[in-house]
Design a protein around this ligand. Structure first.
Ligand code: AHR
Length: 516
């Protein structure tokens, strides 16, 4: 078992039961032939200049008493390294289309301030800029994903940013980079061409944005990046299928590597519900919104398939996660919310959905990494805690760059009042060492889901597991009780002659690992 799979010394279990197994849900393995690789980039993150994500989150400044590397908290760096985050999107979100990258380079004292009009109207001093972010990504071993300013920036400004970050030779921008202390370029591959161009990125029509997109990318140089830069078009909000259609129709494939999609599990933009003291009705609605991700991916993919049968253009879900009212007493513009077992359900379900659509979904970015929305990390002064969502991402990281094992099953139902949802999502993969991982998320609040899987063909000898569960859906980690929710070893399954039977408890996330 990967040493990162479960922190606290997992136990190897050899199970040999002979009793007859009676299962409620039979999961079948569909042929693995031609199955896609689950891109590690599905496990990506997003950090915006919003509330306490960058300032007071990642970045405390070099003079802080909190241990830091170039001003970035070392405890956060360590936690994200443990997660093996494959990429980090920055500087926004809506902020990206107001951000002028040149404000954030050079002498700290001379940097201009700007007002962060989208998020709380606070004054931004630009002390965290391009060098801080790209050096951080290098330290994390993560690919940077830069969102360019299309809404209020210019074509030359974005072309210059590409040259500043990527050009090896002599040029005005690479010389400026050297003057600012960075000899070698970072080689940034992933670039977003604006953000939410239909809204905060400029309130554009898709036809207009498609034209603007072509203009911008025409001047973005591929120089010094292996395979060229990877350009991501600002994508649809939720079920705006026309947006995807217009982009796919109007932008030539050689100019487009990815089309984005944003979907948050928000129950009502006017009444988002509390972060912790929610009732089951609110929880059910959140799960319903979360399940919508499946339908959105299927329908946006169908449109992409129409224009791109060969699947050359990827679907990039570069903002997803739960969104509630902010925690009581916090700045409404800062989007700080607690993270409960409900968030673990959103994470487990969505990651299973992404894995199972790995043929088209090649990147996803959870919003957002620290102190904002569905954060994996929360900070308070020198203290830092890991959220239930962090633990799900950590348990699921075993799927990164593994081959999908497609599964087929009929999920039991999670019933609430007159409505019902599929209770169970499952995804499975085989990694480079031939180890098998199966991740289950059961969103039902009362009933366990008993499943059986015939794993005979995989010739597994040992199975071991880790589970994330808690007494109540509202449970969460706090600065006083940071380890209330964390993964535990799980042995409560039967494995006999290749047949696996296991009950996934209510509102829990389970990952099993099988070895030959
Ligand atoms: O993640 C918060 C905001 O949500 C982002 O800035 C924006 O892109 C989206 O609307």
């Amino acid at each position: 078992m990967d040493k990162h799979f479960l922190k606290s010394g997992a136990i190897l279990i050899l199970v040999g039961f002979s009793q007859l197994i009676s299962a409620q849900t039979k999961i079948e393995i569909v042929s693995i032939e031609n199955a896609p690789i689950i891109s590690k980039h599905i496990y990506g993150h997003f950090a915006e200049h919003l509330g306490r994500c960058i300032y007071e989150g990642f970045y405390v400044g070099e003079n802080s008493v909190i241990p830091n590397s170039e001003g970035v908290r070392i405890d956060i760096i360590e936690a994200l390294k443990e997660l093996q985050i494959p990429n980090l999107r920055w500087p926004g979100g809506c902020f990206a289309d107001t951000y002028h990258w040149m404000d954030g380079i050079g002498d700290l004292e001379k940097r201009p301030t700007i007002v962060n009009t989208w998020w709380g109207g606070v004054t931004e001093d630009n002390s965290f800029g391009t060098h801080n972010f790209l050096n951080l990504c290098e330290e994390l071993g993560a690919e940077p994903y830069l969102s360019g300013n299309v809404g209020s920036g210019g074509v030359q400004e974005l072309a210059d940013w590409v040259q500043y970050t990527n050009f090896k030779g002599k040029s005005p921008m690479s010389d400026l980079r050297r003057e600012n202390g960075k000899e070698e370029p970072w080689g940034v591959k992933y670039w977003g061409i604006g953000n939410e161009a239909w809204g905060c990125g400029g309130n554009m029509r898709p036809e207009y944005y498609a034209d603007i997109y072509k203009k911008y990318v025409t001047f973005m140089s591929d120089a010094d990046v292996e395979g060229g830069i990877y350009k991501i078009a600002s994508g649809a909000s939720n079920d705006d299928y026309n947006w995807t259609e217009v982009l796919m129709k109007n932008i030539p494939k050689n100019m487009l590597q990815g089309v984005a999609l944003h979907h948050y599990s928000v129950i009502d933009w006017g009444a988002k519900g509390p972060d912790v003291n929610f009732d089951e009705e609110t929880y059910f609605k959140t799960m319903k919104e979360s399940w919508l991700m499946e339908e959105l991916i299927v329908k946006h993919t169908a449109i992409m398939d129409k224009y791109d049968e060969e699947k050359k253009v990827d679907l990039i879900v570069d903002e997803w996660g739960g969104w509630y009212e902010v925690s009581e007493g916090t700045n409404p513009g800062f989007l700080y919310q607690q993270n409960t077992m409900r968030d673990a359900m959103i994470a487990g379900m969505n990651l299973n959905i992404f894995n199972n659509h790995a043929d088209r979904v090649k990147m996803a970015n959870l919003a957002q990494t620290v102190n904002v929305l569905q954060a994996v990390i929360l900070t308070e002064d020198e203290k830092m805690i890991l959220t239930p969502t962090y633990h799900v991402m950590n348990m699921y990281k075993v799927h990164q760059d593994a081959t999908l094992i497609p599964l087929s099953f009929d999920s039991p139902s999670y019933n609430f009042k007159e409505e019902s949802l599929p209770a169970l999502t499952v995804s499975a993969s085989k990694d480079k060492n031939e180890e098998i991982h199966i991740s289950f998320t059961n969103i039902d609040t009362k009933n366990g889901s008993t499943v059986s899987i015939d794993l005979t063909d995989l010739k597994l000898k040992n199975i071991m597991g880790a589970i994330l569960s808690s007494e109540s859906l509202q449970d969460h980690n706090t600065f006083d009780n940071p380890n209330k929710i964390e993964p535990k070893n799980f042995k409560d399954f039967k494995f006999n002659k290749g047949m696996l039977e296991v009950t996934i408890p209510p509102f829990s996330v389970l990952v099993l690992e099988g070895k030959k």
